[in-house]
Design a protein around this ligand. Structure first.
Ligand SMILES: NC(=O)c1ccc[n+]([C@@H]2O[C@H](COP(=O)([O-])OP(=O)(O)OC[C@H]3O[C@@H](n4cnc5c(N)ncnc54)[C@H](OP(=O)(O)O)[C@@H]3O)[C@@H](O)[C@H]2O)c1
Length: 269
C-alpha cells in the first residue's frame, strides 16, 4: 500500500479519516504539531504555519489528504466580532502553498484538499481564506482533488453549547444539510483512491433541515429549555453565512442520530 500523509489528522474530521485509512490497510502518516504516538500510524512533527518539518513529512508520500485548518470559530466553539473582520491565513493559504510546492518536489501523486460547500457566495473572512486556499490547489501542477463538505455536526453542537447562557436564541429560518465527519471521511477516502481528480462531488448530510429545527433538536436531546426565536434571513444573507443545501453525495448519519449517540457516549462518561 502507498503512503498517505494526512494533515489535520488529529482534528475532528482527521481522526475519522485516519481510522478509516488504517482499517483499509493504508500506510498512514499524520502531520501534527503535537504527535500522540499510537499503533498503526506514523507521526510527523511539523507546522504548516512555519513550514517546519514539512519536507521530512512528505518524504516517500504518494497521496496527501489536506484536512488541516486554522478556524478560530471551530477552535473556540463560538463566534466573536473579530470573526466578521479577519481570519488567519497562515495554515489554510500559506500552509497549503508550502505543502503543494514541497509535495511537487517530493513527487506526490495525488493532493486531496478538504474544502467547504458554497464558498463563492460566503462572506465570512474564514470562508474567504478557505476559498483562497482552494484556488491554490486548483492552480497547482500536482494531480489534485477538491472535496467540499457542509458544516459538521460537531461544530453546530459547539456553537449551540456556546449560546447556553442566553435564555432566548435568535435563529435564522434558513435550510441546510450539515453532515457527520464519519460520512465525510468515507467520501474522502473513496475520492483519494478511485483514480479520479479535479473538483469532486460535494458532500452533505442526508436531511435538509431548518436551522430552527436543528436548534430545537439540540435543546431537546440536551434536556435544556431555551426560547428559539425564528429569524427570517434573505437568500443572499443565508448564502453569505454558508447556509446552503449541497448537491452531490449525501451522508447517511442524521443529525438526530448523531445527537442521540453523543448523549449516550456522554452519559457513559
Ligand atoms: N468544521 C466544519 O464544520 C467544516 C465543514 C466543512 C469543511 N471543513 C474542513 O474540514 C477540515 C477539517 O476541519 P475540522 O473541523 O475537522 O478541523 P479541526 O478539528 O479544527 O482540526 C484542525 C486540525 O488542523 C491542524 N492544524 C492546525 N494548525 C496547524 C498547523 N499550524 N500546522 C499543522 N497542522 C495544523 C490541527 O493539528 P494539530 O493541532 O495536531 O497540529 C488539527 O488536526 C478543514 O479543512 C475544514 O476547513 C470543516
Amino acid at each position: 500500500m502507498s503512503l498517505v500523509l494526512v494533515t489535520g489528522g488529529t482534528g475532528h474530521l482527521g481522526r475519522d479519516l485516519v481510522s478509516r485509512l488504517v482499517e483499509a490497510g493504508h500506510r498512514v502518516r499524520v502531520l501534527t504539531r503535537r504527535p500522540q504516538p499510537s499503533p498503526g500510524v506514523q507521526w510527523a512533527t511539523g507546522d504548516l504555519a512555519t513550514g517546519d518539518g514539512l519536507r521530512d513529512a512528505l518524504r516517500g508520500v504518494h497521496t496527501v489528504i489536506n484536512a488541516a485548518t486554522c478556524s478560530p470559530i471551530a477552535r473556540r466553539g463560538s463566534m466573536r466580532p473579530i470573526d466578521f473582520i479577519k481570519s488567519p491565513a497562515v495554515v489554510d493559504v500559506d500552509g497549503t502553498a508550502r505543502l503543494l510546492a514541497l509535495g511537487q518536489d517530493a513527487g506526490v501523486q495525488h493532493f486531496v484538499h478538504v474544502s467547504i460547500v458554497g464558498l463563492e457566495d460566503a462572506t465570512l473572512p474564514y470562508s474567504r481564506v478557505k476559498l483562497a486556499g482552494e484556488q491554490l490547489v486548483r492552480r497547482s501542477n500536482l494531480p489534485w482533488s477538491v472535496v467540499r463538505a457542509m458544516p459538521f455536526y460537531y461544530l453546530l453542537e459547539n456553537l449551540f453549547a456556546g449560546l447556553s447562557w442566553l435564555p432566548a436564541w435568535p435563529v435564522p429560518t434558513t435550510i441546510l444539510n450539515p453532515v457527520d465527519t464519519s460520512d465525510v471521511a468515507d467520501h474522502l477516502v473513496a475520492c483519494a483512491f478511485d483514480g479520479g481528480c479535479g473538483v469532486r462531488a460535494e458532500i452533505g448530510g442526508p436531511d435538509d433541515l431548518s436551522l430552527v429545527a436543528i436548534a430545537r433538536d439540540y435543546l431537546r436531546t440536551q434536556g435544556r429549555r431555551r426560547i428559539v426565536l425564528p429569524m427570517p434571513l434573505s437568500d443572499k444573507s443565508a448564502r453569505g453565512m454558508g447556509f446552503v443545501v449541497s448537491r452531490g453525495v449525501r451522508g447517511t448519519r442524521s443529525w438526530i442520530d448523531w445527537l442521540n449517540r453523543n448523549r449516550v457516549r456522554a452519559n457513559r462518561g
